[in-house]
Design a protein around this ligand. Structure first.
Ligand code: AHR
Length: 528
């Protein structure tokens, strides 16, 4: 039995001390039987705002993410608007993508933006050395990316080339995109068909510069960052939010050094953490669809590690930045499995099952919990790569279980977190325990309260009893995402095998919200 406190960040950005449930607040007579989950939702104890940027996405010139997933070209028989496929745009609009990172990833540090502007037939090609060695013809470049952002209503997040690029190249790109002065770069932009500058807030200065972005050591990169940052200019009314390359996993030496040397020059420090069922980059990472309960459990156990890693980096950042001016930007996260059999190993194409939906729900709840420090997160990647929202096969498009969680959780975007104290049993396998239930609550601008719940246990439905204080809820409705099998997924033959349905398992009796939470499920409730 674990006491878990969710959504507990005060508006001032301070976390409450871990609570002991007061006798008067005790949600149910203790000890609760093992299949019972209890707690208190304190609707009058608001926390931090759940920034919609926690629901951000990432797109890279990798496999079929950009080409086919997004860009099909104006002459394609696939319905498109200026070369961008319409079905993708419609699906992405429905999940309210707040921000989209581009062009990489590792690709960003070998991308030369001037190759991707001007008449497409004149654009030079390059070899995408990281991802399959395929020829990149640069037909999708800055204008096409900005058009995509405008079509889906997302803010752009540009990662500039530090590893193999130059400061001048970055300077000119920023000027090209954001300046309205009469200058060589703005004249070039106008000549290429765009009169008005774009607004670009989020600027990533390099990517994984400890690895594919140049194999730098932290102090060296910190100085490189300072140099690039000096020349990353704010033109006109555009104000850049500068994101330095941060650590991977729990590498606090990197975050400590970066904060020490460059903390005052940045607005954000990135963090990358991928969930590999085996936990190892060498050998098999495990199949996306063919797995047993041990792999289910270990995947969830590993994904929950991000909570600990965020806490560790936050503590390091607190040392240098107690006012929490610098955001932790989790700009790559998600599951990473073996590629689908028969596909290009360099394309990172994987299926997406109910397990991924559970992973998504758990991570999003963790980001809510750390919303005082974590200002943005970008799942990797948006289409056809890793833990994708969308899979395409030429003209066909399906959405994944992960997509459905993102869609169900849109109710939390920019809502105010509410304190929720939860006592949950564990889900234990092979001696390793994880909480069976994760939950988060928020109140939106219209005053509607939403509670999201994730049951990690694939075998056991759980009875949740929440005492709701600080509001007089009159009714509850809900939606649920679940399936019979742990590896249930959507395919081109069965595109709707996993999709949300109406949830009738919640009821309000006085102050008590009772939920019959199905095994392996994600539920979102609305209280009015
Ligand atoms: O998302 C795939 C790759 O993972 C990215 O290009 C890189 O940043 C990370 O290692």
């Amino acid at each position: 039995m674990k006491l878990v406190q969710h959504s507990i960040l005060l508006a001032a950005g301070l976390a409450l001390a871990a609570p002991a449930l007061l006798a008067a607040d005790a949600p149910a007579a203790a000890p609760a039987p093992d299949s019972r989950v209890s707690g208190v939702l304190r609707a009058d104890q608001p926390g931090a705002v759940i920034d919609r940027h926690l629901y951000g996405h990432f797109s890279e010139h990798l496999g079929r993410c950009i080409y086919e997933g997004i860009w099909v070209g104006e002459n394609s028989p696939i319905p498109n608007t200026r070369g961008i496929r319409n079905d993708t745009v419609a699906a992405l609009r429905a999940i309210k993508v707040p921000v989209l990172r581009w062009p990489g990833g590792c690709f960003a540090d070998e991308y030369h933006w001037k190759d991707g502007i001007g008449p497409r037939e004149k654009r030079p090609s390059m070899i995408n050395t990281h991802w399959g060695g395929v020829v990149e013809d640069n037909s999708f470049g800055t204008h096409e990316f900005m058009d995509l952002c405008e079509q889906i209503g997302a803010e752009p997040f540009i990662s500039v080339n530090v590893g193999s690029g130059t400061v001048q190249e970055m300077m000119e790109w920023i000027e090209y995109m954001t300046s309205d002065a009469d200058s060589p770069m703005t004249r070039l932009r106008k000549a290429n068909g765009r009169a008005e500058p774009w607004k670009v807030k989020y600027l990533g200065v390099g990517n994984e510069n400890w690895g594919c972005g140049g194999n730098m050591r932290p102090a060296f990169y910190a100085d490189v960052y300072r140099r690039y940052n000096t020349f990353a200019k704010n033109y006109g009314g555009n104000r850049l939010f500068r994101i330095a390359c941060g650590p991977s996993g729990d590498d606090t030496e990197w975050s400590d050094t970066l904060m020490d040397i460059a903390g005052r020059q940045m607005n954000g420090l990135s963090l990358h953490y991928y969930t590999l069922p085996t936990g190892s980059w060498s050998g098999s990472k495990g199949s996306a669809t063919q797995f047993d309960e041990a792999a289910w459990h270990t995947t969830l156990w590993r994904t929950l590690k991000i909570d600990e890693y965020i806490a560790k980096h936050s503590a390091v950042m607190d040392k240098h930045d107690p006012e929490k001016k610098v955001g932790l930007i989790v700009d790559e996260w998600g599951t990473w499995y073996d590629v689908e059999p028969g596909t290009n190993p360099g394309f990172l194409y994987q299926q997406n099952t109910l397990r991924d939906a559970i992973v998504a729900g758990l991570n999003l709840h963790i980001f809510h919990k750390h919303a005082d420090r974590v200002r943005m997160a970008n799942i990797a990647q948006i289409i056809n790569v890793l833990q994708a929202m969308i899979l395409t096969d030429k003209e066909k498009l399906i959405v994944t279980p992960t997509y459905h969680v993102f869609e169900m959780f849109t109710v939390h975007h920019d809502a105010t977190a509410l304190r929720l104290d939860l006592v949950t049993p564990d889900y234990t396998l092979d001696g390793k325990a994880i909480p069976a239930v994760s939950a988060s609550a928020s109140r939106d601008a219209a005053g509607v309260v939403h509670v999201s719940l994730v049951n990690t246990d694939p075998n056991r439905a759980l009875d949740v009893a929440l005492r709701v204080t600080g509001m007089a809820a009159k009714g509850v409705t809900g939606r649920v995402l679940t399936a019979d099998a742990m590896n249930a997924h959507n395919s081109f033959g069965a595109p709707q095998a996993v999709k949300p349905g109406v949830f009738n398992g919640a009821k309000l009796t006085g102050e008590t919200l009772s939920v019959a939470l199905p095994a392996k499920s994600v539920v979102v409730l609305e209280l009015k």
